[in-house]
Design a protein around this ligand. Sequence first.
Ligand code: FIX
Ligand code: ZN
Length: 413
Amino acid sequence: MITHYAQLKEVVEKSMQKVKITDLHTHIYSEKFDKLLLWGIDELLTYHYLIAEYFRYSNLHYNEFFNLPKSKQAELIWDTLFIKNSPVSEAQRGVLTILNKLGLDVKSRDLKGYRNYFSNLTTKEYINKVFEISGVKEVVMTNDPFDPLEKPIWDEGGNEDQRFKAALRIDSIINQYEKSYKSLMEWGYEVSENLNEKAISEIKRFLTEWVQKTNALYMAVSLPPSFKILEDSNRSKVIEKCVIPVCRQLNIPFAMMIGVKKLVNDDLGLAGDSVGKSDITTIEYLCKTYPNNKFMITMLSRENQHELAITARKFRNLMVFGCWWFLNNPSIIEDMTRMRIETLGLSFIPQHSDARVLDQLIYKWTHSKKIISNVLIDKYNDILNIGWSMTEEEIERDIRGLMGNNFWDFINK
Ligand code: FIX
Ligand code: ZN
């Protein structure tokens, strides 16, 4: 039995080190998806988080930068964020963590040498290496049938690598139906601009067919801070009349990622999105009105986190997940994880990586595992100090839950 701190710390850190992680939301792809799978130092350096940070120092015109070849963009970012300034931001530190974990010498600051390392690896070798180093067992992709690069791959058979699971991403139908309905028509669905009964049933057929085609574990969408259901909009109709009934029928969760202000600075492209506080009453309405549906929710504003955790106390069909995007910083991850454990015990999913570049699994999980471990040690120690005791297996069980089983139990509920 574990009864004191030193033992506790050792067991928690060992358990976190060996747990096999399910990363429930990423933007990475298996090898079959070819150019959609990004990896290597130049992709790491041109990650949109680092592009935003680069422009903090640069007077270069946005287009001048974006018209450069990726290797030149990477060199500008390396020189500005790593050489001319110390790389202390979370995304900057992440690049160093990856290089270090790969066994490369970050002291050398030798970008040419790093490039040489990656040029000697095949995609297959590198996927295996990254999964091994990061401790990730499987990832869930973001699969968008409206992506012209992705759809043909699914039409020709799709994913074969079981480490990569699918999630059906339906922003185009939910947020831009007035545009996306034309693609649905081209693909043989009898929809129309007007969301009439026929269109509703054809959208449901499309969603059902694509969940089955991709074997999607859940449907997902990113939503603005202004997201409401009780309004007369295409968005609310598609969600209530199509998405929720199909998710119920297939017994899969609907994942809503809420609080993105798209393209606040559109000159920055992907890096131009920002954040806004959202209205929690919409989540209360959906969880209450659809008790037999499962909702996975992450919110982008720090100000929404406490009320989201409280809402999860009210609705067992709500699974809170991740420290998303602008929240994926050590100080905020620690604050959110402490608050969530104090509010929800172990009944939540503390993190996902949102990795856009394969290598990022290494840094995002190395950094988060340390923080989650430290919070758990504190919380377990609080109960040890009252005379509670635990076995190593109980701690391993709890950590397996947080790092994967809570997700799978919710999927299979
Ligand atoms: O909507 C999303 O899935 C967001 O995570 C992305 O749009 C965002 O660019 C991102 O990668 C954040 O980490
Ligand atoms: Zn994402």
